[in-house]
Design a protein around this ligand. Structure first.
Ligand SMILES: [Zn+2]
Ligand SMILES: [Zn+2]
Length: 155
């Protein structure tokens, strides 16, 4: 994984730089992700927020309550509307970056696909991911994030 991760929106008014590679990489087929992306799913890499800096532009956001009951703040460029990132306000040590916002999307290696039960029939699945019928168990997102922050504390 090359560092830093660079990215931004379609009009380049929003730019970011992340000094840590992705901690979690996933595809989500839930209805919210379909609507927010404008496509069949959203693809995200999750990074630690304290290694991420927005270097330009400003984001607007739209809060959605996921089926898990957890609030997700989806952030987009206020000029061009590109979905750039998201985070959980009640767990704000990480940021989800949309894969489309990455300058080098080829770094994306998703491990899981979530909400497969909501996936649209007109789009095939990734061949190498673990398919999760609905929301993620703790081993998909929470455990790897906890392990990362615990390892950092011990360094
Ligand atoms: Zn923009
Ligand atoms: Zn989703």
């Amino acid at each position: 994984m090359k560092h830093p991760l660079l990215g931004g929106c379609a009009c380049s008014k929003v730019r970011y730089e992340c000094l840590e590679g992705p901690l979690v990489q996933l595809i989500c087929h839930c209805r919210d992700c379909q609507q927010a992306s404008g496509g069949a799913f959203s693809a995200f890499v999750i990074v630690p927020r304290d290694r991420l800096a927005y270097s330009a532009g400003s984001l607007r956001y739209h809060d959605v309550t996921a089926e898990s009951g957890r609030l997700l703040r989806r952030q987009f460029c206020c000029e061009c509307g590109s979905p750039v990132s998201a985070h959980w306000p009640d767990f704000n040590s990480v940021e989800l970056l949309t894969v489309a916002s990455l300058d080098e999307q080829s770094v994306f290696k998703p491990t899981h696909e979530l909400w497969v039960s909501r996936a649209e029939a007109w789009h095939p699945f990734h061949p190498d991911t673990i398919k999760v019928q609905d929301g993620p168990g703790s081993e998909v997102v929470r455990d790897p994030l906890r392990a990362y922050f615990a390892a950092r504390r011990n360094r």
